[in-house]
Ligand binder design. Structure first.
Ligand code: SF4
Length: 478
């Protein structure tokens, strides 16, 4: 975890331009299990398990791994509680067996986690800038980053992010396939199923901790989306790529058809599957339609298959959703997917605030997290407009962390409640350093406080000599 503000992160807020556009498992039985290949019946087809153990396998067997120990410590809960959640599939620890970092868990009753998307685009490639975004995301408290790069040397970018990230790293393998085809002036219709699975295996082998796979975009659900006469159609990049491929070839989604193969690869590296919402609404008017719900039902079935195969799995959710439908969306996911951790993209509660979508995402994220969403994907002010800058990343992370933290307080998560109580006590004592140390963004709090420093140690310029806290404290002394 970075503890000093990286120099690359501006102290003053500024409008950014578009960027140019072991663990050692000490139980004998598990060493024995590790060298045993098993075949498990899985919903009518068979899944070959690799010769490794996932956090889910260990949890089911009653073993508390080092990762569970560390993640539980971070949450302030007993490791056994976390193990039970993981065994049920209600929580996951996304961490590739090839990576070493302080793992965190995502799931029911835990602190709401925050993801920041970074990565190049086909129109703007600057690896150093992406590293600065990574540093900013981690410094301001992201629990996860996703490398969504589609431009430049994707392998080199991913390698650098994996080497430098101290948090979990996710990716979307189909982006790599599409980008490589695009570099050869070919479209997604030239993709083969093998190419897609090769990219998945490559990214898992390189150490990615979780992957978004749009397995629920089937011929039936995609057809429903087109019949819906949506305002925005299919807005997920991965979802639209797969829908275009399926339509052209009149074939089923290989990620759905060969889900057992996907599980086998994920199991080998203990990569968590993030079942993408390829048919998520991209407009408020499209929210919670039949195609979205059809996809969710499919994902619910795949959650069960993945868990039976020992694969950790989470579900992704919308999208653009009006405030009154957010809670219903969370309840539906939890019911249909048997409490699988829910990873929501925003949600955005209005389409009408370009330039401020980090605020819109924070509003939706807070409602979603309060209703039970476990993992919030940030939205930056650049959303719908351009590739985010480092400053956009900072604003996106801070906004989403405020949403997550606010919901955690309301849910009574002890660590969140304690932080606010400590902040309140520091405020009462007019202890500025104490306040900074409890702030979600200490840098910004310091910048604002500096404007008051000339006016005395004990008050700020908001009320000056009429400072209510000072008055109250002095009265108590009398
Ligand atoms: S001056 Fe006003 S705003 Fe500032 S610390 Fe005192 S009561 Fe709070």
């Amino acid at each position: 975890m970075l503890v000093h503000r990286p120099e690359s992160i501006p102290l003053e807020p500024e409008l950014g331009n578009a960027s140019g556009g072991s663990s050692f498992y000490n139980c004998f039985w598990f060493h024995l299990f590790k060298i045993t290949k098993t075949v498990h019946s899985l919903g009518g087809f068979f899944v070959m398990r690799g010769n490794s153990m996932t956090q889910l396998d260990f949890a089911k067997q009653g073993v508390i791994t080092d990762e569970m120990q560390h993640a539980a410590e971070y949450e302030g809960i007993a490791p056994e509680v976390l193990r039970e959640l993981i065994a049920k599939g209600w929580a996951v620890i996304p961490k590739n067996v090839k990576r070493t970092f302080a793992a965190r868990a995502i799931g029911k009753g835990l602190l709401t986690k925050v993801n920041a998307n970074i990565g190049t685009s086909t129109d703007h490639v600057d690896i150093q800038e992406e590293i600065k975004k990574l540093e900013a995301a981690i410094y301001y408290g992201a629990d996860s980053v996703m490398d969504l790069s589609t431009g430049g040397d994707l392998h080199a970018i991913r390698k650098m992010i994996l080497e430098q990230s101290t948090v979990m790293v996710g990716a979307v393998p189909i982006y790599q396939v599409a980008a490589e085809l695009s570099a050869k002036n070919k479209s997604i219709i030239h993709m083969s199923g093998e190419q897609l699975f090769d990219a998945i295996e490559q990214q898992c082998e390189e150490g990615i901790d979780y992957i978004t796979v749009h397995c629920g975009v089937t011929q039936k659900s995609a057809e429903l989306a087109s019949k819906q006469k949506r305002v925005m159609g299919i807005v997920s990049r991965g979802g639209s790529l797969l829908a275009a491929w399926m339509k052209h070839h009149n074939k089923e989604n290989p990620l759905y058809e060969q889900f057992d193969r996907l599980c086998m690869i994920a199991h080998k590296y203990d990569v968590t599957l993030s079942l993408g919402d390829g048919l998520r609404p991209g407009a408020i008017a499209d929210a919670t339609d039949a195609a979205q719900i059809e996809e969710l039902v499919i994902l619910g079935q795949l959650v069960k298959y993945a868990r039976d195969a020992g694969v950790q799995v989470i579900v992704e959710g919308p999208g653009h959703v009006p405030m009154d439908q957010i809670t219903a969306n969370i309840i539906a996911e939890k019911r249909i997917c048997d409490n699988a951790p829910f990873y929501v993209l925003g949600p955005l509660t209005t389409d009408a605030a370009p330039g401020y979508d980090h605020i819109v995402g924070a509003i939706g994220g807070a409602i979603a997290a309060l209703a039970g969403a476990d993992f919030l994907c940030y939205v930056t002010p650049a959303e719908h407009l351009c590739l985010p800058t480092v400053e956009d990343v900072r604003l996106g992370v801070i906004g989403t962390r405020i949403a997550a933290h606010s919901a955690d307080i309301a849910k009574g998560i002890p660590k969140a409640v304690k932080q606010d109580l400590e902040m309140s006590k520091c405020r009462k004592a007019l202890d500025w350093e104490g306040m900074f140390s409890k702030a979600i963004d200490p840098d910004m709090a310091r910048i604002r406080r500096k404007r008051s420093e000339d006016y005395g140690e004990k008050v700020c310029t908001m009320c000056g000599k009429l400072c209510a806290i000072k008055t109250h404290n002095e009265c108590e002394l009398l």
